[in-house]
Design a binder for this molecule. Structure first.
Ligand SMILES: [Zn+2]
Length: 304
């Protein structure tokens, strides 16, 4: 039995690095997520967003929920704080704007799928993104109902936005159908059987620094001073201290601890894939459902 366990551990340790993703040619991207912080979480995409912006892309964040339950305040107060902090985070990452659709946080199961999907189709046709970032709707069970709902609506919208007969009222308003060529999808590694990523996106230290700052902009839910107090107390109980935290207030120490975590996870994903820093995604290209065509184009296309 021990031998089997060791063999399994060796197989995990020897997992092949994921192929490195290239940044697609393009001009615009949309990040379509339920919550105010989903674009910056530790399993998220703040690094890829910073990289797309540096490559010349314009990006917008669509936040489906009102985040009323995220934070220690009452519902309207949480909604307002989370909106403000989300705006601060997208400014740090260099994105152009934020849409808050205002569906009720953690209660999105009864949200009408068709209405949510229609909103996303409208925004895809308005912005005509070359790249969409979101949760992986085919990933293993995500216990967050908002993640499941928005991921499904997004996958359907990405396909249907290209069909002229879907929501013809958008066409009457002057919009045109739009096919999204590239998707980078994420999922938590610690829910169910985890995330089945197929690419690694290489990040620089500067991308990670912006990702860290954007993440800790969400002070209503992260980097709370009580977290740093608790770490100090636990160390003190064992007769220990972290000298680097000594001259920091509890709030500054909490930010530093969150930033160490973000640096650590970005380095870990990098090391696993032969890079210094990375994020991992399930990438879908425009013709991935037609592998024969993809192979033919790769081998036969020439310059005109
Ligand atoms: Zn979320």
């Amino acid at each position: 039995m021990i031998g089997l366990i060791l063999l399994a551990a060796a197989a995990i340790a020897a997992a092949a690095p994921l192929p490195k993703a290239a940044i697609p040619e393009g001009k615009r991207f949309l990040v379509i997520q339920p919550h105010h912080d989903d674009h910056t979480t530790d399993y998220g995409m703040g690094g890829l967003i910073a990289k797309l912006v540096d490559a010349g892309y314009d990006g917008w964040f669509i936040r489906a929920s009102n985040d009323e339950k995220d934070g220690a305040w009452g519902y309207p107060h949480n909604d307002m704080i989370n909106q403000r902090e989300s705006e601060a985070a997208i400014a740090i990452l260099g994105m152009k704007g934020l849409y808050s659709l205002g569906w009720r946080n953690d209660y999105m199961d009864p949200t009408p799928l068709l209405e949510l999907r229609a909103q996303i189709i409208l925004l895809i046709r308005k912005h005509r993104p070359d790249v969409v970032l979101g949760h992986d709707p085919w990933g293993h069970y995500d216990r967050n109902p908002d993640h499941r709902k928005v991921a499904r609506a997004c996958a359907e919208a990405v396909w249907m936005a290209g069909l002229r007969n879907v929501h013809p009222e958008h066409i009457e308003l002057g919009l045109e159908p739009w096919r999204v060529p590239h998707q980078f999808l994420k999922a938590r590694v610690d829910y169910g059987r985890g995330h089945e990523a197929n690419v690694a996106v290489e990040l620089t230290q500067a991308h990670v620094a912006r990702k860290m700052k954007a993440y800790s902009a969400h002070r209503n839910v992260y980097a709370h001073p009580s977290m740093a107090r608790s770490v100090r107390q636990q160390l003190a109980a064992r007769g220990l201290k972290a000298p680097e935290l000594d001259r920091k207030t509890d709030e500054e120490a909490a930010v530093a601890i969150e930033e160490w975590h973000m640096d650590w996870i970005s380095r870990k994903r990098g090391t696993e894939n032969g890079l210094r820093y990375a994020e991992i995604f399930y990438y879908l290209g425009e013709f991935d459902h037609l592998p024969g065509l993809t192979g033919y184009l790769r081998d036969n296309v020439v310059k005109r």
